[in-house]
Design a protein around this ligand. Structure first.
Ligand SMILES: Cc1cc2nc3c(=O)[nH]c(=O)nc-3n(C[C@H](O)[C@H](O)[C@H](O)COP(=O)(O)OP(=O)(O)OC[C@H]3O[C@@H](n4cnc5c(N)ncnc54)[C@H](O)[C@@H]3O)c2cc1C
Length: 511
C-alpha cells in the first residue's frame, strides 16, 4: 500500500485496494465522500448502510494519508486532557467527549465482530505515568477530571514498561488494532452494499448548481446532493485552516531481544510525550514507540529526530532490531476538540471532519457517527459540541482569501541552468534546500539517482514557504500543512495546486 511519505510504516504490508466499480457519471449520488482514510471509509460505510447512495473519491489509494502512518491506539484518554476540555467547555462537555470516544471504540469492535475482520482488535488498558513532582501533580488533576468525565481509572503500582515512574494511572476500556486491515475490510463491505469507490480520483473543484452539487475530479464529473470533506484538512482556503495547526509525529517499530512485549497502551507525560504499544503482524510481535512531535516544516533535521527516538527507545528496551520507522502529520485544533459538522462559509450541503490531533482513529469514528446522524435526521449526536461553527468569522477574511488565493507565478517560461543551481548549493542524494536565485526562492532537491528537481518554494495554498523533510522526501509547509513530493505534486492538502515547476535547461537538453 502506498503512503504520503518515503518511509515505510508497519501498516503498508497490505495490497492497494482495487475498486470493483466503474465510474457511472450519470448517477446522482446522495453523498460524495472526499478522502479514503479512516474518516472517509467509515462515514461512507455508515451512510451506505443507512440506505444512502454514496461515492467515495480518493486522490491516491485508500490509506494514503495519515491513516497509513498512524500508530492506532484506541483510547478514551485523549491527547487533550479532560482538565483542558473541562476548563474550555465545561464538565458536561467532558462527559460528552468521553462518551463519544467510548462509542467510537464500541463501533470499531462492532465492525470487527460483524464483518469478522482479522485486524488483531484487542480490548486493553492504558497507562499514564509521571516521573517527577510537577507531572505527578498534573496526573492527579487529570485523574480527577477524567473520573468526572466518566472514565474508569485508578492508580496502580505497575506499568507495562520498565521506565522509572512516580505515579501511574490505569484506564479501562481502551483498544488497539491493525488500522489498514480494518480499513480495507470496511471498504470491501461498503462496495458489497452498493457503494462506489474511485481511487486515483482527485476532487479538484466542487460547485453548487441549482439542483445539487457538481464534483469535478481528475477522472470524471459527478453529481451529488451532499459532500463530505474527509480529507484530514479541507482543501482550498477556509477559516478552519486558521484554527488547525499541522504537526508531525514519529514512530518506530522494533523487535525486542528477550521476547517479552509490553501489554496495553502506555504514555509518559513529557512534552511532547512518548507512546508505546505492541502490535502483532502475521503472527510476529512488534513494539511501536512514538513521539518527538514538532510543528510541520520546523527547521529540524528529520533524520536526527529518528535517531533521537531510537536512542531514547534503546535506553528503555533491549532492542534487537528497528524494523520500521515512519513519520506522519496530524492537525491540532486551537481549542483541543475536533471540528465535525457543516463546513464554515458553505451551504448546509457541505460537511467536514478535521482537527483530530493524535486521536483520529477515535475521532474518525465519532465524525462518521455524527455526520451520518446529521445527514439522516438533521440532528447532532453530541450536542453540537464538535460543530465547526464554534469558529467565528474573522473581520476581513474575504479580502484575505482573495489576496492569498492568487497563486504566485515566478518561474513560468524561465529556463534555469541546473549547473548554476548546483553551484549555489551542494546537495547530497536525498537532500533538499531552498536556494536564492536572482531574487526568487527555489526549492531544490536531489533524488537517490542524483537527479536534481527544482520547484518554487512558495506554497500554493497561502504563499507560505516550504521546507525539506529529509526522511519523508517531501516539501512541507509549516503554515497549514500542505505537503508536496520532490517534483512539486500535492501529497497532502489543503493545497489544491502543485508547486510551480522550475524548468532546468540542462534537463531539457538531456531529454
Ligand atoms: C504518527 C502518528 C500517530 C498517530 N497515532 C494515533 C493513534 O495512536 N490513535 C489515534 O486515534 N490517532 C492517531 N493519529 C491520528 C490519526 O492517525 C489521524 O487523525 C487519522 O488517520 C486521520 O484520518 P483521516 O481519514 O481523517 O485522514 P487521512 O488518513 O489523512 O485521509 C485523508 C485522505 O484524503 C485524501 N484526499 C485529500 N485531498 C483529496 C482530494 N482533493 N480528492 C480526493 N482525495 C483527497 C488523501 O489522499 C487521504 O488519503 C496519529 C497520527 C500520527 C501522525
Amino acid at each position: 500500500m502506498k503512503r504520503d511519505g518515503n518511509n515505510k510504516s508497519l501498516w503498508q504490508e497490505v495490497p492497494d485496494y482495487i475498486s470493483k466499480k466503474n465510474q457511472h457519471p450519470d448517477v446522482i449520488y446522495d453523498v460524495v465522500i472526499v478522502g479514503g482514510g479512516m474518516t472517509g471509509v467509515v462515514t461512507a460505510l455508515l451512510l451506505q448502510k443507512a440506505g444512502k447512495k454514496c461515492l467515495l473519491a480518493e486522490a491516491h489509494s485508500l490509506g494514503f494519508g495519515t491513516t497509513g502512518g498512524t500508530t492506532a491506539h484506541l483510547n478514551t484518554l485523549l491527547d487533550t486532557p479532560y482538565t483542558t476540555i473541562t476548563s474550555n467547555f465545561g464538565s458536561e462537555a467532558s462527559q460528552t467527549v468521553a462518551r463519544a470516544a467510548s462509542e467510537a471504540i464500541d463501533l470499531i469492535e462492532k465492525h470487527v465482530n460483524l464483518y469478522n475482520i482479522q485486524c488483531h482488535f484487542t480490548r486493553t488498558e492504558a497507562y499514564l505515568f509521571s516521573q517527577e513532582k510537577k507531572e505527578s501533580e498534573e496526573l492527579e488533576n487529570i485523574y480527577q477530571a477524567s473520573l468526572q468525565a466518566g472514565l474508569s481509572l485508578k492508580y496502580v503500582r505497575n506499568i507495562p514498561i520498565t521506565s522509572h515512574f512516580e505515579k501511574a494511572l490505569q484506564i479501562e476500556g481502551q483498544g488497539m488494532f491493525h488500522p489498514t486491515k480494518y480499513l480495507l475490510a470496511l471498504a470491501k463491505e461498503f462496495e458489497r452494499l452498493g457503494g462506489n469507490i474511485q481511487t486515483n480520483c482527485k476532487v479538484e473543484n466542487v460547485k453548487e448548481i441549482e439542483d445539487g452539487i457538481l464534483v469535478e475530479t481528475s477522472t470524471a464529473v459527478f453529481k451529488a446532493n451532499k459532500i463530505i470533506y474527509a480529507t484530514h484538512i479541507p482543501p482550498g482556503i477556509n477559516l478552519l485552516h486558521l484554527r488547525c495547526a499541522p504537526w508531525r509525529s514519529y514512530a518506530i517499530a522494533v523487535k525486542l531481544s528477550h521476547g517479552v512485549y509490553p501489554k496495553g497502551l502506555t504514555y509518559d507525560m513529557k512534552d511532547p510525550y512518548h507512546y508505546y504499544r505492541t502490535q502483532y503482524v502475521d503472527g510476529k510481535p512488534y513494539l511501536i514507540i512514538g513521539g518527538n512531535d514538532h510543528k510541520t516544516g520546523e527547521d529540524v533535521n528529520t533524520e536526527l529526530v529518528f535517531r533521537h527516538l531510537q536512542a531514547f527507545a534503546k535506553s528503555i528496551f533491549d532492542i534487537q532490531e528497528v524494523t520500521h520507522q515512519w513519520s506522519s502529520q496530524y492537525f491540532e485544533s486551537s481549542d483541543g476538540l475536533p471540528y465535525i459538522g457543516h463546513l464554515p462559509g458553505h451551504s448546509d450541503s457541505y460537511y467536514v471532519a478535521t482537527g483530530f490531533g493524535g486521536n483520529g482513529m477515535i475521532y474518525s469514528h465519532v465524525a462518521a457517527m455524527e455526520i451520518t446522524n446529521m445527514i439522516l435526521s438533521n440532528k447532532s449526536l453530541y450536542t453540537e459540541l464538535f460543530s465547526p461553527s464554534r469558529v467565528k468569522p474573522i473581520a476581513g477574511f474575504k479580502n484575505f482569501i482573495a489576496h492569498n488565493a492568487d497563486v504566485v507565478k515566478n518561474f513560468i517560461n524561465k529556463l534555469i541552468p541546473a549547473d548554476t543551481l548546483e553551484e549555489l548549493v551542494e546537495l547530497a542524494p536525498g537532500e533538499g534546500k531552498i536556494v536564492d536565485f536572482e531574487g526568487s526562492k527555489i526549492a531544490l532537491s536531489k533524488d537517490t539517482d542524483g537527479r536534481l528537481h527544482a520547484v518554487s518554494s512558495v506554497c500554493t495554498h497561502m504563499k507560505g514557504t516550504v521546507a525539506w523533510n529529509s526522511t519523508e522526501k517531501s516539501w512541507d509547509c509549516s503554515c497549514h500543512g500542505a505537503r508536496y513530493d520532490a517534483e512539486g505534486k500535492v501529497l497532502t492538502g489543503p493545497a489544491n495546486q502543485n508547486l510551480e515547476t522550475v524548468v532546468l535547461s540542462d534537463l531539457i537538453a538531456e531529454s
